[in-house]
Design a protein around this ligand. Sequence first.
Ligand SMILES: Cc1cc2nc3c(=O)[nH]c(=O)nc-3n(C[C@H](O)[C@H](O)[C@H](O)COP(=O)(O)O)c2cc1C
Length: 171
Amino acid sequence: VKALVVYESMYGNTARIAEAVAEGLSNSMDVEVFEVGSAPADPSRFDLIAVGGPTHQFGLSRESSRRQAAEDADEPLISEGIGIREWIGGLGKVKGGAAVTFDTSIRKPNLPGSAARGAAKRLRRLGYNLLLPGELFLVEGATGPITDGEVERARHWGQRAAAALASSSPG
Ligand SMILES: Cc1cc2nc3c(=O)[nH]c(=O)nc-3n(C[C@H](O)[C@H](O)[C@H](O)COP(=O)(O)O)c2cc1C
């Protein structure tokens, strides 16, 4: 059983969460992790795809929001090319593929919007079975750091995704 983790990240926070999700998945499956710019365009050989990115302007990043992120950065961004919006946009329709989505966003009580939910909606339209609701992991500010406990929670969430795949598979 194989899982693909694809992440987009400006400052490294979502990358770190993605590594933790991969660790959780790897308890029960083979896992490959890719930054979105180098992720395979055809993920059909994977039983599960886990896709995550930063929430920008209440949803998935765009070229314009990534440019804004670059202006706020002291160092080069991790994802300097496409985001997960564009990666998902290049995928074909599937029959029976399984997926989960996650994002990182700022801890603010009334801030709406989620890249994880946006990604889930798009994957569902392509025919993917979303095994869990899109999961949000918190950062303290635009460049981080990740809120205490969230890396551990991401590891556990990866385990849950693997368990959800096992119980959704026939036989
Ligand atoms: C241009 C821009 C727009 C953002 N918009 C939102 C937003 O609408 N809601 C939110 O919770 N966080 C927002 N953030 C904060 C990001 O979610 C945060 O930078 C991200 O989680 C950090 O992850 P990364 O290091 O992987 O990029 C925004 C950040 C940037 C740079």
